[in-house]
Ligand binder design. Structure first.
Ligand SMILES: Cc1ncc(C[n+]2csc(CCOP(=O)(O)OP(=O)(O)O)c2C)c(N)n1
Ligand SMILES: [Mg+2]
Length: 582
């Protein structure tokens, strides 16, 4: 079947009809959405078939959670809502985790789920996969809508798109009961019911007085610091950010997914002196970064406060799209509300020509700290212990990424995450995608699929062995679509490390321990991919170079010293009972 438009034209007869399936596809395509991440089944199987027949990229996953994570990160990378399509009840619930993740991380995504018959669900009469999905989705989504009539599909999709991408982006749920898809509707009426959304994410220009207030404060600083968050990465305002960093000369810290907005090797990048600059800074400008747990809520010892919740004395400027973000954790002296691109542009324009560089003592102190820490790290990285540890393995990964700066970089785990983030430099914007605000395990393979599909670039994934397990079956998906993904599993035999013992002496291993010496590399071979077993940095290097050269789906099982990890990686202090365990 063609588009509603084609049918009308071909038949020359306004009486010809179309259906709900077709309208969903037409509405998405009309809004430039050409990819769906999902998993077929009642009632959406034909939607997946017909989307493919209509030229959309319909990517089928092995579990909806992974399809959902793929959709969420596609939204982050493209500024268009990523679409996840699931069946009712269990499929919907599997996708819901990713929807909540999208909302928490401010990624635009739409979860479209088929659902059961309203009148049966509402009377709780026990329909096939009965569940009040809309009610369940609401608290986890930025917005949630249901469409009951085919003529409302256009409006439903338009509202979902606007809700997902405007203001602070987030996850949107769109409920589509089974009956909707088969409803027939006059093709001309159908066509006129569709909406091409005009200006879905309008710019939000900051107030000039807010910009002036912020710049006055910044100018008064003796030890200024800029923090770039993933909101700054999402904004795709790379040139404006470069100009701001260059013109002010202020040291900056990139949050995890903001790494590479400017190359991590930039002389103003203060990542290697993080624990020095946070407590020392007197004025901090946050750009698309929230003062949540990842920044210790802007207070406490990390910031030089005397107690766990004590204020460190910093003044804060916060550039954010949401007017409600300011003062969420500490006082914000100069909130600047607007989209990041417009705000940074306004700031650069208002800097003028004679903006003073920060005091030399501050720049020299930061540079000095950096130098010391970089030298210490270089020493550790140069070692070649046997068995291989995180550092000697990541030394290889660091070289490979430097040589392939366009590659997308996926990262999850605990130690496998924390060591990687600090050791592997990024050189370009939006290359690093990881566990995000919640620190969730399971984003790995879904992110790999979306990153490859959206960017067409090589993808490198550095995965803890536990982290990988959450989405490991999607290696079949990666092989099926023949995606250029190189997965490296940092295999230390368990969660954090592989050395825990069962204190009772019973036959079960400890809860954090897996099968010793597991051969994850064999897993991908089952689907025609390339498996590599690497016990030395040289073997790891060879495997990664070959994967990138061939662009074949590759899984490298990097055998890591099972004693090498730390409980909870860098966030041991958040672990209530085991805070002292190293
Ligand atoms: C969905 C989810 N479940 C559980 C956790 C708790 N958790 C944090 S890190 C981690 C796994 C760490 O082990 P691994 O990935 O092997 O990394 P390693 O520290 O061993 O390198 C787990 C289970 C989580 N963050 N997310
Ligand atoms: Mg592990």
């Amino acid at each position: 079947m063609g588009t509603a438009e084609a049918q009308v034209a071909a038949a020359g007869d306004a009486q010809i009809s179309t259906d709900g399936f077709q309208l969903v596809i037409d509405a998405l395509k009309l809004n430039g959405i050409d990819t769906i991440y999902g998993l077929p089944g009642i009632p959406i199987t034909d939607l997946t078939r017909r989307a493919q027949a209509e030229g959309m990229r319909m990517l089928s996953f092995r579990h909806e959670q992974n399809a959902g994570y793929a959709a969420s990160i596609a939204g982050f990378l493209t500024q268009k809502p990523g679409i996840c399509l699931t069946v009712s009840a269990p499929g919907f619930l599997n996708g819901l985790n990713a929807l909540a993740h999208a909302t928490t991380n401010c990624f635009p995504m739409i979860l479209i789920s088929g659902s059961s018959e309203r009148e049966i669900v509402d009377l709780q009469q026990g329909d096939y996969e009965e569940l009040d999905q809309l009610a369940i989705a609401k608290p986890l989504a930025k917005a949630a809508f249901r469409v009951l009539h085919a003529e409302d599909i256009g409006v439903g999709i338009a509202r979902a798109i606007r809700a997902a991408v405007s203001g602070r982006p987030g996850g949107v749920y769109l409920d589509m009961p089974a009956k909707l898809f088969a409803q027939s509707i006059d093709a001309a009426t159908a066509k006129s019911s569709l909406i091409k959304v005009v200006d879905p994410a309008p710019r939000q220009i900051p107030a000039p007085e807010a910009v002036k207030r912020a710049l006055d404060l910044l100018k008064s600083a003796k030890k200024p610091l800029i923090i770039l968050g993933k909101g700054a990465a999402y904004a795709q305002a790379d040139a404006e950010l470069h100009a701001l960093i260059d013109k002010t000369g202020i040291p900056y810290l990139p949050m995890s997914m903001a790494k590479g907005l400017l190359p991590d090797t930039h002389e103003q990048c203060a990542s290697a002196a993080r624990s020095y600059v946070l407590p020392e800074a007197d004025v901090v400008m946050l750009i698309g970064a929230r003062l949540n747990w990842l920044l210790s809520h802007g207070k406490g010892k990390t910031w030089g406060g005397k107690s766990a919740k004590g204020w460190g004395g910093q003044k804060f400027i916060q550039i954010d799209i949401s007017p409600q973000e300011a003062d969420s954790n500490v006082r914000i002296d100069a909130p600047v509300v607007g989209d990041i691109g417009s705000c940074v542009l306004a700031m650069v324009a208002a800097l003028g020509r004679d903006w003073p560089r920060p005091p030399q003592e501050w720049l020299a102190a930061v540079a000095d700290k950096k130098k010391g820490n970089v030298a210490k790290m270089a020493e550790t990285l140069a070692k070649n212990p046997s068995p291989m540890n995180f550092h000697s393995a990541l030394n290889v990964v660091r070289d490979i990424v430097r040589a392939n700066p366009d590659a997308m970089f996926v990262n999850e785990g605990a130690n496998a995450l924390d060591f990687t983030r600090s050791i592997v430099d990024m050189y370009k914007p939006r290359k690093r995608i990881d566990v995000g605000t919640w620190g969730i395990m399971g984003i790995g393979m879904g992110y790999c699929v979306a990153a490859a599909v959206v960017t067409k670039q090589q993808v490198i994934a550095i995965e803890g062995d536990s982290a990988f397990g959450f989405s490991g079956m999607e290696v079949e998906t990666i092989c099926r679509y023949n995606l250029p993904v190189c997965i490296v599993i940092m295999n230390n035999n368990g969660v954090y490390k592989g050395t825990d013992v069962n204190p009772t002496g019973g036959p079960d291993v400890a809860p954090t321990v897996f099968v010793r010496g597991a051969r994850y590399d064999k897993l991908i071979e089952a689907f025609g991919g390339v498996g590599v077993y690497a016990t030395t940095p040289a073997e790891l290097r060879k495997g990664m170079e070959e994967a990138i050269r061939s662009r074949k789906p590759t899984l490298i099982n990097a055998v890591i010293d099972e004693t090498a990890g730390t409980e909870s990686g860098r966030i041991t202090s958040l672990n209530p009972s085991a805070a002292k365990k190293k």
